[in-house]
Design a protein around this ligand. Sequence first.
Ligand code: PLP
Length: 480
Amino acid sequence: MNNRLYGNLIFELSQSGRCGYSLPKNRFGDYQVPKELCREQDAELPECDEMTVVRHYTNLSANNFGVDNGFYPLGSCTMKYNPKINEEVAALPQFQNLHPLQPTDTVKGAEAVCTLLCRSLCELTGLHAFTLKPFAGAHGELTGLMVIKRYHESRGDTQRTKVIVPDSAHGTNPASAAVCGLDIVEVKSLSDGTVDIDALKEVIATVGSDSVAAMMMTNPNTLGLFEKQIPVIEKLIHDCGGLMYYDGANLNPMLGAARPGDMGFDVMHINLHKTFSTPHGGGGPGAGPVGVRKGLEQFFPEVSPYHGNFSVAMRAYAYILSLGREHIKEVGPLATLNANYIKESLKDVYELPIDGLIPEQSSPTRSLCKHEFVFDGLKDKSTGVTTMDVAKRLLDYGYHAPTIYFPLLFHESLMIEPTENESKDTIDGFIAVMQRIAEEAKTDPELVKSAPHNTPIGRVDDVLAAKHPVVTWRQMRNEE
Ligand SMILES: *Cc1c(COP(=O)(O)O)cnc(C)c1O
Protein backbone atom coordinates (compact mmCIF):
# COMPACT_ATOMS: atom_id res chain seq x y z
CA MET A 1 0.00 0.00 0.00
CA ASN A 2 1.06 3.47 -0.85
CA ASN A 3 0.23 4.48 2.65
CA ARG A 4 3.20 2.60 4.07
CA LEU A 5 5.51 4.94 2.19
CA TYR A 6 4.09 7.82 4.10
CA GLY A 7 3.87 6.18 7.50
CA ASN A 8 0.78 5.50 9.52
CA LEU A 9 0.80 8.52 11.78
CA ILE A 10 1.37 12.13 10.88
CA PHE A 11 3.64 12.31 13.94
CA GLU A 12 5.97 9.75 12.42
CA LEU A 13 6.42 12.02 9.41
CA SER A 14 7.30 15.05 11.49
CA GLN A 15 10.72 16.67 10.95
CA SER A 16 11.74 19.35 13.37
CA GLY A 17 11.57 22.79 11.72
CA ARG A 18 9.44 21.74 8.72
CA CYS A 19 6.49 23.93 8.02
CA GLY A 20 3.58 23.75 5.58
CA TYR A 21 2.23 27.27 5.95
CA SER A 22 3.28 30.83 6.60
CA LEU A 23 1.43 33.31 8.76
CA PRO A 24 0.92 36.92 7.74
CA LYS A 25 3.37 39.42 9.17
CA ASN A 26 2.58 40.47 12.74
CA ARG A 27 0.82 43.82 12.55
CA PHE A 28 0.46 44.34 16.29
CA GLY A 29 3.97 45.21 17.34
CA ASP A 30 5.40 43.17 20.18
CA TYR A 31 2.13 42.51 21.94
CA GLN A 32 2.70 39.95 24.69
CA VAL A 33 0.10 37.27 25.34
CA PRO A 34 -0.63 37.31 29.10
CA LYS A 35 1.55 34.76 30.81
CA GLU A 36 -1.34 32.89 32.43
CA LEU A 37 -2.71 32.19 28.97
CA CYS A 38 0.55 30.74 27.64
CA ARG A 39 1.58 27.09 27.60
CA GLU A 40 4.49 26.08 29.74
CA GLN A 41 5.86 23.94 26.94
CA ASP A 42 5.36 24.10 23.21
CA ALA A 43 2.48 21.98 21.92
CA GLU A 44 3.76 18.73 20.46
CA LEU A 45 2.46 19.24 16.97
CA PRO A 46 3.74 17.37 13.95
CA GLU A 47 5.93 19.50 11.68
CA CYS A 48 5.41 18.60 8.06
CA ASP A 49 5.47 20.21 4.65
CA GLU A 50 2.20 20.73 2.84
CA MET A 51 2.47 17.88 0.30
CA THR A 52 3.27 15.39 3.03
CA VAL A 53 0.15 16.42 4.92
CA VAL A 54 -2.05 16.25 1.82
CA ARG A 55 -0.71 12.82 0.82
CA HIS A 56 -0.92 11.45 4.31
CA TYR A 57 -4.60 12.26 4.71
CA THR A 58 -5.50 11.38 1.14
CA ASN A 59 -3.88 7.98 1.56
CA LEU A 60 -5.60 7.44 4.89
CA SER A 61 -8.96 8.24 3.32
CA ALA A 62 -8.28 5.66 0.62
CA ASN A 63 -8.06 2.99 3.33
CA ASN A 64 -11.70 3.53 4.14
CA PHE A 65 -14.10 1.00 2.72
CA GLY A 66 -17.46 2.39 1.67
CA VAL A 67 -20.34 1.68 -0.68
CA ASP A 68 -18.62 3.91 -3.22
CA ASN A 69 -15.60 1.63 -3.52
CA GLY A 70 -17.03 -1.81 -3.14
CA PHE A 71 -19.89 -4.18 -2.43
CA TYR A 72 -21.12 -3.80 1.14
CA PRO A 73 -23.53 -6.64 2.02
CA LEU A 74 -24.01 -5.70 5.67
CA GLY A 75 -27.22 -7.35 6.92
CA SER A 76 -29.68 -5.56 9.20
CA CYS A 77 -28.15 -2.23 8.34
CA THR A 78 -28.97 -1.54 4.71
CA MET A 79 -25.84 0.18 3.44
CA LYS A 80 -27.19 1.11 0.08
CA TYR A 81 -26.07 3.23 -2.80
CA ASN A 82 -26.36 6.87 -1.88
CA PRO A 83 -27.04 8.89 -5.00
CA LYS A 84 -24.81 11.95 -5.15
CA ILE A 85 -27.73 14.10 -6.24
CA ASN A 86 -29.16 13.67 -2.73
CA GLU A 87 -26.04 15.30 -1.32
CA GLU A 88 -26.36 18.16 -3.76
CA VAL A 89 -29.99 18.68 -2.85
CA ALA A 90 -29.30 18.53 0.89
CA ALA A 91 -26.44 21.01 0.44
CA LEU A 92 -28.43 23.62 -1.47
CA PRO A 93 -27.65 26.86 0.38
CA GLN A 94 -31.33 27.79 0.45
CA PHE A 95 -31.86 24.77 2.72
CA GLN A 96 -28.50 24.27 4.35
CA ASN A 97 -28.16 27.84 5.60
CA LEU A 98 -31.55 28.01 7.30
CA HIS A 99 -31.61 28.70 11.00
CA PRO A 100 -34.16 26.79 13.08
CA LEU A 101 -35.26 30.01 14.79
CA GLN A 102 -35.94 31.87 11.55
CA PRO A 103 -39.50 33.28 11.26
CA THR A 104 -41.68 30.55 9.81
CA ASP A 105 -42.81 32.66 6.87
CA THR A 106 -39.19 32.62 5.64
CA VAL A 107 -38.88 28.81 5.68
CA LYS A 108 -41.93 27.78 3.71
CA GLY A 109 -39.85 25.65 1.35
CA ALA A 110 -38.34 23.61 4.17
CA GLU A 111 -41.75 23.23 5.76
CA ALA A 112 -43.10 21.96 2.46
CA VAL A 113 -40.31 19.35 2.24
CA CYS A 114 -41.21 18.07 5.70
CA THR A 115 -44.93 17.99 4.95
CA LEU A 116 -44.45 16.29 1.60
CA LEU A 117 -42.02 13.74 3.02
CA CYS A 118 -44.49 12.89 5.79
CA ARG A 119 -47.22 12.56 3.18
CA SER A 120 -45.05 10.17 1.13
CA LEU A 121 -44.22 8.11 4.20
CA CYS A 122 -47.94 7.87 5.05
CA GLU A 123 -48.66 6.68 1.55
CA LEU A 124 -45.84 4.12 1.62
CA THR A 125 -46.79 2.71 5.03
CA GLY A 126 -50.57 3.06 5.16
CA LEU A 127 -50.38 5.10 8.38
CA HIS A 128 -52.04 8.42 9.13
CA ALA A 129 -49.39 10.81 10.43
CA PHE A 130 -45.60 11.01 10.83
CA THR A 131 -43.25 13.03 12.99
CA LEU A 132 -39.74 13.66 11.66
CA LYS A 133 -38.27 14.56 15.05
CA PRO A 134 -36.42 11.38 16.11
CA PHE A 135 -32.71 11.36 15.28
CA ALA A 136 -32.25 7.59 14.79
CA GLY A 137 -34.01 4.26 14.71
CA ALA A 138 -33.62 3.65 18.43
CA HIS A 139 -34.79 7.21 19.10
CA GLY A 140 -37.84 6.48 16.92
CA GLU A 141 -38.57 3.34 18.93
CA LEU A 142 -38.45 5.37 22.12
CA THR A 143 -40.74 8.01 20.57
CA GLY A 144 -43.20 5.36 19.35
CA LEU A 145 -43.27 3.67 22.74
CA MET A 146 -43.86 7.05 24.41
CA VAL A 147 -46.88 7.48 22.11
CA ILE A 148 -48.14 4.06 23.18
CA LYS A 149 -47.56 4.78 26.85
CA ARG A 150 -49.33 8.13 26.66
CA TYR A 151 -52.22 6.56 24.76
CA HIS A 152 -52.77 3.99 27.51
CA GLU A 153 -52.36 6.62 30.21
CA SER A 154 -54.96 8.82 28.49
CA ARG A 155 -57.41 5.98 28.95
CA GLY A 156 -56.48 5.44 32.58
CA ASP A 157 -54.79 2.18 31.60
CA THR A 158 -51.67 2.84 33.66
CA GLN A 159 -51.11 -0.83 34.48
CA ARG A 160 -50.20 -1.56 30.84
CA THR A 161 -46.43 -1.73 31.17
CA LYS A 162 -45.47 -4.94 29.37
CA VAL A 163 -43.89 -4.83 25.96
CA ILE A 164 -43.64 -8.16 24.17
CA VAL A 165 -40.51 -8.53 22.05
CA PRO A 166 -39.52 -11.60 19.99
CA ASP A 167 -36.17 -13.17 20.88
CA SER A 168 -34.90 -12.41 17.37
CA ALA A 169 -35.45 -8.64 17.75
CA HIS A 170 -32.77 -6.02 17.22
CA GLY A 171 -31.18 -5.18 20.58
CA THR A 172 -32.51 -1.64 20.45
CA ASN A 173 -36.11 -2.90 20.87
CA PRO A 174 -35.82 -4.11 24.47
CA ALA A 175 -33.41 -1.25 25.23
CA SER A 176 -35.93 1.39 24.06
CA ALA A 177 -38.73 -0.24 26.04
CA ALA A 178 -36.55 -0.15 29.14
CA VAL A 179 -35.61 3.51 28.61
CA CYS A 180 -39.32 4.29 28.24
CA GLY A 181 -39.91 2.77 31.67
CA LEU A 182 -41.73 -0.29 30.32
CA ASP A 183 -41.08 -3.96 31.13
CA ILE A 184 -39.82 -6.32 28.46
CA VAL A 185 -41.27 -9.77 28.02
CA GLU A 186 -39.53 -12.01 25.51
CA VAL A 187 -41.39 -14.37 23.24
CA LYS A 188 -39.66 -17.32 21.60
CA SER A 189 -39.31 -17.97 17.90
CA LEU A 190 -40.18 -21.21 16.19
CA SER A 191 -37.43 -23.25 14.56
CA ASP A 192 -38.34 -21.52 11.28
CA GLY A 193 -37.41 -18.18 12.87
CA THR A 194 -40.90 -16.66 13.08
CA VAL A 195 -42.91 -15.82 16.21
CA ASP A 196 -44.28 -18.86 18.05
CA ILE A 197 -48.03 -18.19 18.43
CA ASP A 198 -48.47 -20.72 21.24
CA ALA A 199 -45.58 -19.14 23.14
CA LEU A 200 -47.15 -15.72 22.56
CA LYS A 201 -50.51 -16.89 23.96
CA GLU A 202 -48.68 -18.26 26.97
CA VAL A 203 -46.82 -14.98 27.50
CA ILE A 204 -50.10 -13.04 27.35
CA ALA A 205 -51.73 -15.42 29.81
CA THR A 206 -48.75 -15.17 32.19
CA VAL A 207 -48.48 -11.38 32.26
CA GLY A 208 -52.24 -10.89 32.12
CA SER A 209 -53.91 -9.44 29.04
CA ASP A 210 -54.71 -6.12 30.73
CA SER A 211 -51.03 -5.41 31.36
CA VAL A 212 -49.97 -5.70 27.72
CA ALA A 213 -48.94 -2.28 26.41
CA ALA A 214 -47.61 -3.36 23.03
CA MET A 215 -46.00 -5.99 20.89
CA MET A 216 -42.91 -4.88 18.94
CA MET A 217 -42.26 -6.71 15.70
CA THR A 218 -39.60 -6.46 13.08
CA ASN A 219 -40.91 -7.50 9.72
CA PRO A 220 -39.27 -8.99 7.77
CA ASN A 221 -37.71 -10.24 10.98
CA THR A 222 -34.02 -10.34 11.78
CA LEU A 223 -33.64 -13.54 9.76
CA GLY A 224 -35.09 -11.80 6.73
CA LEU A 225 -38.32 -13.79 6.94
CA PHE A 226 -41.79 -12.36 6.52
CA GLU A 227 -43.88 -12.95 9.63
CA LYS A 228 -46.81 -14.78 8.07
CA GLN A 229 -48.84 -14.93 11.26
CA ILE A 230 -49.20 -11.17 11.63
CA PRO A 231 -53.02 -11.28 11.28
CA VAL A 232 -53.20 -13.78 14.15
CA ILE A 233 -50.69 -11.86 16.29
CA GLU A 234 -52.38 -8.54 15.58
CA LYS A 235 -55.73 -9.94 16.69
CA LEU A 236 -54.29 -11.46 19.87
CA ILE A 237 -52.67 -8.17 20.88
CA HIS A 238 -55.56 -5.90 19.92
CA ASP A 239 -58.02 -8.20 21.69
CA CYS A 240 -56.01 -7.60 24.87
CA GLY A 241 -56.15 -3.83 24.32
CA GLY A 242 -52.45 -3.59 23.42
CA LEU A 243 -50.99 -1.80 20.41
CA MET A 244 -48.86 -3.17 17.58
CA TYR A 245 -45.44 -1.59 17.01
CA TYR A 246 -43.58 -2.12 13.71
CA ASP A 247 -39.80 -1.80 13.60
CA GLY A 248 -39.42 -0.53 10.04
CA ALA A 249 -35.71 0.25 10.24
CA ASN A 250 -35.15 -1.77 7.08
CA LEU A 251 -38.30 -1.09 5.13
CA ASN A 252 -36.86 -1.60 1.65
CA PRO A 253 -38.22 -5.16 1.20
CA MET A 254 -41.73 -3.88 1.91
CA LEU A 255 -41.73 -0.99 -0.54
CA GLY A 256 -44.16 -1.94 -3.25
CA ALA A 257 -45.03 -5.21 -1.51
CA ALA A 258 -47.03 -4.55 1.67
CA ARG A 259 -47.82 -1.76 4.13
CA PRO A 260 -47.60 -1.95 7.94
CA GLY A 261 -50.79 0.13 8.28
CA ASP A 262 -52.70 -2.42 6.22
CA MET A 263 -51.33 -5.24 8.39
CA GLY A 264 -52.89 -3.71 11.50
CA PHE A 265 -49.88 -1.97 13.00
CA ASP A 266 -50.59 1.18 15.03
CA VAL A 267 -47.14 2.72 15.42
CA MET A 268 -43.87 2.35 13.52
CA HIS A 269 -40.53 3.94 12.85
CA ILE A 270 -38.50 4.02 9.65
CA ASN A 271 -34.76 4.51 9.47
CA LEU A 272 -34.47 7.08 6.70
CA HIS A 273 -30.69 6.50 6.76
CA LYS A 274 -31.15 2.82 5.91
CA THR A 275 -34.21 2.64 3.71
CA PHE A 276 -33.94 5.99 2.00
CA SER A 277 -30.24 6.28 1.33
CA THR A 278 -28.39 8.57 3.74
CA PRO A 279 -24.79 7.40 4.22
CA HIS A 280 -24.52 6.56 7.92
CA GLY A 281 -21.25 4.79 8.65
CA GLY A 282 -19.58 5.41 11.99
CA GLY A 283 -22.77 6.26 13.85
CA GLY A 284 -24.58 8.90 11.91
CA PRO A 285 -26.29 10.95 10.74
CA GLY A 286 -29.73 9.41 10.94
CA ALA A 287 -33.42 10.01 11.22
CA GLY A 288 -36.10 7.71 12.60
CA PRO A 289 -39.49 9.23 11.75
CA VAL A 290 -42.42 7.72 13.62
CA GLY A 291 -45.78 7.03 12.02
CA VAL A 292 -49.07 6.35 13.76
CA ARG A 293 -52.59 5.41 12.85
CA LYS A 294 -55.35 8.00 13.06
CA GLY A 295 -56.08 9.22 16.57
CA LEU A 296 -52.59 8.64 17.96
CA GLU A 297 -50.89 11.73 16.51
CA GLN A 298 -52.01 13.80 19.50
CA PHE A 299 -49.62 11.71 21.64
CA PHE A 300 -46.45 12.57 19.70
CA PRO A 301 -43.92 13.77 22.30
CA GLU A 302 -41.27 16.46 21.87
CA VAL A 303 -38.15 14.36 21.49
CA SER A 304 -35.83 16.82 19.80
CA PRO A 305 -35.52 20.55 19.51
CA TYR A 306 -36.68 22.07 16.23
CA HIS A 307 -37.36 19.76 13.30
CA GLY A 308 -35.20 16.64 13.62
CA ASN A 309 -32.32 15.90 11.28
CA PHE A 310 -33.49 18.02 8.39
CA SER A 311 -30.68 17.21 5.94
CA VAL A 312 -31.47 13.48 6.26
CA ALA A 313 -35.11 14.27 5.52
CA MET A 314 -33.96 16.21 2.44
CA ARG A 315 -31.98 13.23 1.16
CA ALA A 316 -34.87 10.86 1.80
CA TYR A 317 -37.31 13.07 -0.02
CA ALA A 318 -34.92 13.47 -2.96
CA TYR A 319 -34.55 9.68 -3.09
CA ILE A 320 -38.30 9.10 -3.00
CA LEU A 321 -38.85 11.66 -5.75
CA SER A 322 -36.06 10.29 -7.92
CA LEU A 323 -37.60 6.82 -7.80
CA GLY A 324 -41.10 8.18 -8.19
CA ARG A 325 -44.35 6.39 -7.59
CA GLU A 326 -43.62 4.11 -10.51
CA HIS A 327 -40.18 2.81 -9.53
CA ILE A 328 -40.45 2.81 -5.76
CA LYS A 329 -42.62 -0.29 -6.14
CA GLU A 330 -39.64 -2.14 -7.60
CA VAL A 331 -37.51 -1.63 -4.48
CA GLY A 332 -39.03 -4.44 -2.41
CA PRO A 333 -39.15 -7.07 -5.17
CA LEU A 334 -35.56 -6.29 -6.28
CA ALA A 335 -34.16 -6.40 -2.74
CA THR A 336 -35.91 -9.74 -2.30
CA LEU A 337 -34.74 -11.14 -5.62
CA ASN A 338 -31.11 -10.19 -4.98
CA ALA A 339 -31.05 -11.75 -1.50
CA ASN A 340 -32.67 -14.97 -2.66
CA TYR A 341 -30.31 -15.25 -5.60
CA ILE A 342 -27.29 -15.14 -3.28
CA LYS A 343 -28.89 -17.49 -0.75
CA GLU A 344 -29.74 -20.12 -3.36
CA SER A 345 -26.33 -19.82 -5.05
CA LEU A 346 -24.37 -20.34 -1.84
CA LYS A 347 -26.45 -22.64 0.32
CA ASP A 348 -24.60 -25.74 -0.91
CA VAL A 349 -21.37 -24.50 0.66
CA TYR A 350 -22.66 -22.32 3.51
CA GLU A 351 -24.98 -23.65 6.20
CA LEU A 352 -28.52 -22.31 5.85
CA PRO A 353 -29.99 -23.18 9.25
CA ILE A 354 -33.48 -22.08 8.29
CA ASP A 355 -34.05 -23.53 4.88
CA GLY A 356 -37.32 -21.77 4.29
CA LEU A 357 -39.43 -24.91 3.83
CA ILE A 358 -42.89 -24.37 5.23
CA PRO A 359 -43.32 -27.38 7.52
CA GLU A 360 -47.11 -27.55 7.53
CA GLN A 361 -47.35 -27.74 3.76
CA SER A 362 -47.02 -31.14 2.16
CA SER A 363 -45.40 -29.87 -1.01
CA PRO A 364 -42.01 -28.42 -0.24
CA THR A 365 -42.91 -24.90 -1.29
CA ARG A 366 -39.95 -22.64 -0.77
CA SER A 367 -40.59 -19.69 1.42
CA LEU A 368 -38.52 -16.86 0.10
CA CYS A 369 -36.40 -14.77 2.38
CA LYS A 370 -36.89 -11.04 2.00
CA HIS A 371 -34.04 -8.53 1.75
CA GLU A 372 -31.55 -10.51 3.84
CA PHE A 373 -30.82 -13.96 5.24
CA VAL A 374 -28.47 -15.65 7.68
CA PHE A 375 -25.95 -18.44 7.12
CA ASP A 376 -24.51 -20.32 10.07
CA GLY A 377 -20.91 -20.43 8.86
CA LEU A 378 -19.48 -22.84 6.31
CA LYS A 379 -21.32 -26.06 5.69
CA ASP A 380 -18.17 -28.13 6.10
CA LYS A 381 -17.36 -27.61 9.78
CA SER A 382 -14.33 -29.95 9.67
CA THR A 383 -12.06 -27.28 8.22
CA GLY A 384 -12.09 -25.22 11.44
CA VAL A 385 -12.61 -22.08 9.36
CA THR A 386 -15.00 -19.73 11.17
CA THR A 387 -17.32 -16.95 10.10
CA MET A 388 -14.71 -14.47 11.35
CA ASP A 389 -12.12 -16.05 9.02
CA VAL A 390 -14.47 -15.86 6.03
CA ALA A 391 -15.25 -12.22 6.84
CA LYS A 392 -11.54 -11.35 7.02
CA ARG A 393 -10.73 -13.22 3.81
CA LEU A 394 -13.48 -11.28 1.99
CA LEU A 395 -11.48 -8.10 2.66
CA ASP A 396 -8.59 -9.54 0.65
CA TYR A 397 -10.92 -9.81 -2.33
CA GLY A 398 -12.14 -6.24 -1.96
CA TYR A 399 -15.53 -6.93 -0.38
CA HIS A 400 -16.84 -5.55 2.87
CA ALA A 401 -17.81 -8.34 5.25
CA PRO A 402 -21.47 -9.11 5.88
CA THR A 403 -22.80 -8.70 9.43
CA ILE A 404 -21.21 -11.42 11.53
CA TYR A 405 -22.14 -13.11 14.80
CA PHE A 406 -25.56 -11.46 14.74
CA PRO A 407 -28.32 -12.52 15.25
CA LEU A 408 -27.32 -14.49 18.31
CA LEU A 409 -29.63 -17.36 17.34
CA PHE A 410 -26.70 -19.21 15.71
CA HIS A 411 -23.06 -19.63 16.66
CA GLU A 412 -21.55 -18.61 13.33
CA SER A 413 -24.08 -16.12 11.96
CA LEU A 414 -23.21 -14.52 8.64
CA MET A 415 -25.98 -12.13 7.72
CA ILE A 416 -26.07 -10.99 4.11
CA GLU A 417 -28.04 -8.14 2.56
CA PRO A 418 -27.19 -7.11 -0.99
CA THR A 419 -29.85 -4.33 -1.23
CA GLU A 420 -31.89 -3.56 -4.33
CA ASN A 421 -29.24 -1.36 -5.87
CA GLU A 422 -26.66 -3.93 -7.00
CA SER A 423 -26.27 -5.28 -10.51
CA LYS A 424 -26.26 -8.99 -11.30
CA ASP A 425 -22.57 -8.76 -12.24
CA THR A 426 -21.64 -7.38 -8.82
CA ILE A 427 -23.66 -10.04 -7.08
CA ASP A 428 -22.18 -12.79 -9.26
CA GLY A 429 -18.71 -11.52 -8.37
CA PHE A 430 -19.53 -11.76 -4.67
CA ILE A 431 -20.99 -15.25 -5.05
CA ALA A 432 -17.87 -16.42 -6.90
CA VAL A 433 -15.61 -15.07 -4.15
CA MET A 434 -17.70 -16.66 -1.39
CA GLN A 435 -17.48 -19.99 -3.25
CA ARG A 436 -13.76 -19.55 -3.69
CA ILE A 437 -13.29 -18.90 0.04
CA ALA A 438 -15.29 -22.05 0.82
CA GLU A 439 -12.93 -23.93 -1.50
CA GLU A 440 -9.85 -22.38 0.12
CA ALA A 441 -11.19 -23.41 3.52
CA LYS A 442 -10.88 -27.01 2.33
CA THR A 443 -7.62 -26.85 0.41
CA ASP A 444 -5.68 -24.26 2.39
CA PRO A 445 -7.48 -23.44 5.64
CA GLU A 446 -4.45 -21.59 7.03
CA LEU A 447 -4.69 -19.05 4.22
CA VAL A 448 -8.21 -18.18 5.32
CA LYS A 449 -7.50 -18.34 9.04
CA SER A 450 -4.62 -15.89 8.75
CA ALA A 451 -6.49 -13.43 6.49
CA PRO A 452 -6.56 -10.57 5.71
CA HIS A 453 -3.29 -10.46 3.79
CA ASN A 454 -3.82 -7.44 1.53
CA THR A 455 -5.03 -4.78 3.94
CA PRO A 456 -2.76 -2.18 5.60
CA ILE A 457 -3.58 -3.64 8.99
CA GLY A 458 -4.02 -7.35 9.60
CA ARG A 459 -6.31 -8.89 12.16
CA VAL A 460 -6.83 -6.67 15.15
CA ASP A 461 -7.62 -8.02 18.57
CA ASP A 462 -11.27 -6.89 18.81
CA VAL A 463 -11.49 -7.41 22.55
CA LEU A 464 -8.30 -5.53 23.30
CA ALA A 465 -9.28 -2.78 20.86
CA ALA A 466 -12.60 -2.34 22.67
CA LYS A 467 -11.37 -2.75 26.25
CA HIS A 468 -8.10 -0.95 25.92
CA PRO A 469 -8.23 1.41 22.98
CA VAL A 470 -5.08 3.36 22.18
CA VAL A 471 -6.45 6.43 20.49
CA THR A 472 -3.79 9.11 20.87
CA TRP A 473 -0.23 9.36 19.73
CA ARG A 474 0.98 10.10 23.26
CA GLN A 475 -0.74 6.97 24.57
CA MET A 476 0.89 4.96 21.82
CA ARG A 477 4.32 6.36 22.63
CA ASN A 478 3.85 5.58 26.32
CA GLU A 479 2.98 2.02 25.42
CA GLU A 480 6.34 1.50 23.79
C1 PLP B 1 -30.59 -0.43 12.69
C2 PLP B 1 -31.79 -0.98 13.36
C3 PLP B 1 -32.33 -0.34 14.48
C4 PLP B 1 -31.69 0.84 15.17
O1 PLP B 1 -31.53 1.96 14.36
P1 PLP B 1 -30.44 3.09 14.74
O2 PLP B 1 -30.63 4.18 13.75
O3 PLP B 1 -29.11 2.42 14.65
O4 PLP B 1 -30.73 3.53 16.14
C5 PLP B 1 -33.49 -0.88 15.02
N1 PLP B 1 -34.07 -1.99 14.49
C6 PLP B 1 -33.54 -2.63 13.43
C7 PLP B 1 -34.23 -3.85 12.91
C8 PLP B 1 -32.40 -2.16 12.82
O5 PLP B 1 -31.87 -2.80 11.77
